[in-house]
Design a protein around this ligand. Structure first.
Ligand code: NAD
Length: 717
């Protein structure tokens, strides 16, 4: 195997260790790589003649992405002592960078994450490039862990406890400027000056010797008063509880560890870290989150088809319809600097859509408003038009007009003859089968669904739906486009409700059935959020809009009448104009003006009882555990039907789709992953007391088969 590290001497007294993992896009730490690093340090430790060592990467835009997560998985069953031993060994190895007889400098020009960030902080100094890819962070909490190579002990000593808690418990990365502001980076320089600057810094430190004083200071306890420590603990813990809702133990564990470690010397703090890590490593939540990591990683690499077809370049996009979806799709597209031509039958909508989407694309999170510089940059990329010819000239035309098959088909009949043969036409429809929309097209192979989720700027999922005649080239192009605008596309076969809405409908429907069975609204909502959903199903109805939900539901009732019927409650709600947040009332009432979508906070509305009571089923009320089962088992059963119908190419797409599309709790690993943790037999047991409720709770053939063979959705080991 070729070496991962190269030792060189850019100057007589300065050594440089360059990490460049052969054949890989990212530098990651495997056991083999760590051994190699160890051998280099054995040699370097003896070089008292040097003035400094620079740690750098041979990959542009990439420093070190972290530890090899596949090695984590291989050891998930290991005992606690093993975890303590592995953490301690890894930490002691990179800790040697803070003990060499000369200064060590990490020169960071790209992603510096997890174990990579720990290596960087065990160096005496860090210098970062202004490359936007140069980001440093500790994302371990996203895997249900915290840094295990001394990160929780070393970072607070360098940047202060409060900054360290924010970085480690929050898991977000920061750029060079932010790192410099908190003392994590000494300097930020352009990429082409990074090596030079690192060498200058090493020489300056060698002369001045400040790093020696820091070495002494950072090896002891942190200077902080009891009051400060108490205050930080109380505020951070309240914030973390609010963010994690008790579902994710790692951030709170990291906080407690750092508070405790503040009073210890660094060696003792590192040992505590390793012991505490053993409490999290291999736990069900850690495993589930690692599964989600692999789902997302697989999705990034998935071109969308099995054949070796390349995507066509999409250099220009047209969007028809400047409503909610069309304008947001245009916003994410121009944000990636792809020019957009947009149209709408309604001139006012077009005008409104254009100004709204420019604001959306130019939104600045810091100032919480549009950034004028970005506006100037994006405005020339956007071209409103009323000409079909202008629209048809793009490489990709996305239709996002009213949800009416005839109107959509009429539009396609006008546009298709004007489009180039190789250009792609796509619909953002949420319910209409692709085969139906493609029926009269001359080039159905160039047509597919590209289904974005609302709100587009927040939701990572895009369903790329292939009709019976859609070509592989069209699919890979749609997938590549969705990725180019920052989304995670999954490719699915045509079918009612496609993937996510099909699975969602049974769950939402059941929440209304529960209301009719006398379960109080709050209890239903709580069962869903306690399970880990971002909001309750009845809140979701209000956010989506009861009319939209009703019409989308109708497609499903038609398709699956055995298990889904139009709910009389929804009919009444729509009739009475209780359409949800947008109408100021739905399952809740909304009295706070100006709040939209999920930001709106609903209040209990006694008037809802007037609809529910006359329709209620009577009979006994289900107990708490049954409420949870009734919400989530229909989801799971529908997932097995989706698999049987070959809607997805791989069960993992289904799990990722529900996590990214409706916020199925990542700490449960995905709906099928969750089912595997229960086991098919147990699921059948859970279904038994519910089967009298009808076909929607009948075990599916796939589930019965799995129970017989002890089968799993995920391959074991
Ligand atoms: P919308 O009502 O906000 O916007 C539709 C726009 O299309 C309107 O501005 C209308 O004037 C325009 N329009 C109508 N006919 C047209 C035509 N012939 N040519 C050009 N423009 C025309 O609707 P929306 O919520 O943005 O939905 C658009 C599509 O996206 C629908 O197919 C819908 O099912 C789908 N979708 C919606 C959501 C959602 O949550 N709103 C989510 C996913 C997909």
């Amino acid at each position: 195997m070729t070496a991962a590290f190269t030792l060189s001497f850019p100057e007589k007294e300065i050594a440089a260790l360059t990490f460049d993992l052969p054949g890989k896009g990212a530098n990651i730490f495997s056991q083999a790589v760590l051994q190699e690093l160890s051998a280099h340090l054995d040699v370097l430790e003896k070089r008292a003649d040097l003035a400094g060592l620079i740690l750098r990467s041979g990959k542009p835009g990439m420093f070190i992405a972290g530890a090899d997560i596949r090695e984590f998985v291989a050891n998930q069953e290991a005992k606690a002592e093993w975890t303590v031993e592995m953490c301690t060994r890894g930490r002691k190895l990179i800790q040697r960078l803070s003990q060499l007889p000369y200064v060590t400098v990490a020169a960071i020009d790209g992603a510096c994450l997890g174990g990579g960030a720990e290596l960087a902080i065990w160096c005496d100094r860090r210098i970062m490039s202004s490359n936007p890819k140069a980001q440093i962070g500790f994302p371990e909490v996203k895997l249900g862990l915290f840094p295990g190579w001394g990160g929780t002990a070393r970072l607070p000593r360098i940047v202060g406890l409060s900054n360290a808690v924010e970085m480690i418990a929050g898991g977000e990365s920061i750029d060079g400027k932010a790192a410099q502001a908190m003392g994590l980076a000494t300097e930020v320089v352009p990429t082409d000056q990074l090596d030079r600057a690192a060498q200058d810094l090493a020489r300056a430190e060698h002369r001045g010797g400040d790093f020696q004083e820091d070495r002494r200071r950072w090896s002891g306890p942190i200077e902080i008063t009891d009051t400060e420590l108490y205050f930080l603990g109380a505020t951070a813990s309240a914030y973390i509880q609010q963010q994690t809702k008790g579902h994710y133990p790692a951030p709170l564990a990291a906080l407690e560890l750092m508070l405790e470690g503040a009073r210890l010397d660094i060696e003792a703090a590192c040992l505590r870290e390793a012991e505490a890590m053993a409490q999290l490593f291999g736990t069900p939540i850690n495993r589930a989150l690692i599964n989600v990591f692999f789902l997302a990683d697989r999705n990034k690499k998935d071109p969308g088809v099995a054949t070796d077809v390349s995507p066509r370049p999409v250099k220009t996009v047209s969007v028809c319809g400047a409503g909610i979806m069309g304008s947001s799709i245009s916003a994410v597209t121009i944000k990636r600097e792809i020019p957009v031509t947009i149209t709408d039958v309604n001139a006012t909508m077009l005008q409104k859509g254009v100004s709204g989407l420019l604001e959306e694309a130019s939104y600045n999170r810091q100032t919480k408003g549009p950034d004028p510089q970005k506006m100037l940059k994006f405005a020339p990329l956007l071209r409103p038009t009323t000409s079909d010819r202008d629209i048809a000239a793009a490489d990709l035309v996305i239709e996002a007009i009213v949800e009416n098959a005839e109107i959509k088909k009429e539009l396609f009949a006008r546009l298709e003859p004007l489009m180039r043969d190789e250009a792609i036409l796509a619909s953002n429809t949420s319910t209409i089968p692709i085969r139906r929309l493609a029926a009269d097209l001359k080039r159905p192979e160039r047509f597919c669904g590209i289904h974005f989720f609302n709100p587009v700027r927040k939701m990572p999922l895009v369903e790329v739906i292939r009709g019976p005649k859609t070509s592989d080239e069209t699919v890979v192009t749609a997938v590549a486009f969705a990725k180019a605008v920052g989304k995670s596309p999954i490719v699915i076969n045509d079918g009612p409700g496609f993937l996510v809405n099909r699975i969602l409908v049974g769950y939402m429907n059941e929440s209304v059935e529960l209301l009719l069975d006398g379960v109080p609204l709050k209890e239903i909502e709580k069962a869903a959020t306690a399970f880990g959903m971002p909001m309750g199903p009845l809140t979701l109805y209000d956010v989506v809009g009861l009319d939209t939900a009703f019409y989308a539901g109708a497609v499903m009732f038609d398709a699956f009448p055995d298990r889904l019927q139009a709910n009389p409650v929804l009919v009444q709600m729509v009739k009475q104009g209780r359409l949800g947040v947008k109408a100021g009332k739905g399952f809740y009432k909304y009295t706070q003006p100006g709040k939209v979508g999920a930001e709106a906070k609903g209040e209990i509305d006694p008037a809802l009882d007037e609809i529910i009571k006359p329709l209620s089923h009577g009979g006994s009320r289900p107990f708490a555990e049954q409420v949870t089962h009734r919400l989530f088992l229909p989801m799971l059963l529908e997932a097995t039907r989706v698999l049987a119908d070959n809607v997805v190419r791989d069960p993992r797409d289904l799990d990722l789709g529900l996590i990214f599309g409706i916020g199925f709790p990542p700490f449960k690993g995905g709906v099928l992953y969750w089912a595997d943790t229960l086991g098919a037999e147990k699921i059948l047991e859970m279904l038994k007391p519910l089967q009298h409720l009808g076909a929607r709770f009948q075990p599916t053939p796939m589930l019965l088969e799995m129970a017989k063979n002890n089968g799993k959705f995920y391959p074991q080991n």
